[in-house]
Ligand binder design. Structure first.
Ligand SMILES: [Zn+2]
Length: 336
């Protein structure tokens, strides 16, 4: 049948044939999603509203960031304050924005903490709180900022947290160290790096993990620590998955891999990496998170955008749903 052509001259629409007509996957507009790792308690009200407006049903707000403490050296009481701050804000965030907001509390190893045993002693009571659904982010770090931390001491702190997680039947979010990409330029203006947060290379210390691939070595040390602590690998979520560690995580462990896509400008990981991983290993142990935080340029819409990107890259809507909703729901027990 010839299409009527009321337009003055032919437009692109004139040349559409049946093969060009798509059946839009409208379910993508409403897929519920959980951000498995962010720091939304440090964001603005408006940024958290962006999560709600774009369909976020739940999130894990991680409170372990040493880079929020105003003092150096960092003491246990400084980290404890961060935990308490998150506990204090959480209910209001749920009330204001309607998504389920749960907490991850942990001891990050990005800077040495003077008396970590005080934190470990206190942590068991925090694990009893209903709103604490995971421990983390934690995991050994190849090189610290401001003050180096001996690897054996780091590992002991990580393993102790994993033992607590096993005791309390909680999962652990690992901060697997990113390698970034070779193609990007670094900021070089003084004082070197982006001021005031963990990527400030001006405060970087000599590495405590050396060798050919210290970033991957760190992940392997963490997985060994989980095994030693009696924490099943399927209770470990390796956040900041990247091309340097994904093959190891998928093929040599039972851990989940979560791709951090909220600051792709910094680390180079985006939805294409997620799609590649789903193609290769299936969706069963893959998640996506934003890591949005007030200390760097991050995008609260990143996860919703990734849903559309994954579809454009050819991923099946059912697999997208599993990755952004079912997997984090099942591991963290939220959104049920
Ligand atoms: Zn984080």
């Amino acid at each position: 049948m010839t299409r009527p052509q009321p337009t003055r001259r032919p437009t692109d629409a004139t040349y559409l044939d049946d093969a060009d007509r798509v059946d839009p996957p409208t379910e993508l507009l409403n897929i519920p999603w959980i951000d498995a790792h962010n720091h939304a308690h440090t964001l603005s009200w408006a940024d958290r509203e962006r999560y709600a407006l774009s369909g976020c049903e739940g999130m894990i707000m991680v409170s372990s960031g040493y880079h929020w403490t105003p003092y150096k050296p960092v003491r246990a009481e400084d980290i404890r304050y961060l935990w308490d701050d998150a506990v204090n804000r959480r209910a209001a965030i749920e009330r204001d924005h309607f998504f389920e907001a749960k907490l991850g509390l942990g001891i990050h190893t990005g800077v040495r903490i003077e008396n970590p045993d005080d934190l470990l002693d206190a942590m068991a009571d925090y694990c009893e709180l209903d709103e604490v659904v995971t421990i983390g982010e934690t995991g050994v770090t190849p090189a610290q900022h401001a003050e180096a931390w001996d690897l054996d001491e780091q590992r002991a702190v990580v393993e102790a947290q994993m033992a607590l997680a096993a005791d309390h039947d909680l999962p652990v979010i690992l901060h697997t160290p990113n390698t970034g990409t070779d193609s990007k330029r670094e900021y070089v203006r003084p004082p070197g790096g982006t001021p005031g947060y963990e990527k400030n290379t001006g405060l970087g210390q000599e590495p405590v993990i050396t060798g050919e691939n210290p970033h991957l070595e760190a992940v392997k040390i963490d997985v060994a620590a989980a095994n030693d602590a009696g924490l099943p690998e399927e209770r470990v979520v390796a956040s900041h998955a990247d091309p340097n560690n994904i093959e190891y995580v998928m093929e040599e462990t039972d851990c989940y891999a979560s791709f951090t896509i909220g600051h792709s400008w910094l680390v180079g990981v985006d939805a294409a990496d997620v799609a590649n991983a789903i193609d290769r290993w299936g969706p069963d142990r893959i998640m996506v998170d934003t890591d949005c935080a007030n200390v760097l340029r991050t995008d609260p819409f990143a996860l919703k955008r990734a849903i559309f990107e994954l579809y454009r890259y050819g991923i099946d809507p059912a697999d997208i749903r599993q990755v952004v909703w079912e997997n984090p729901r099942d591991v963290f027990g939220i959104g049920e």
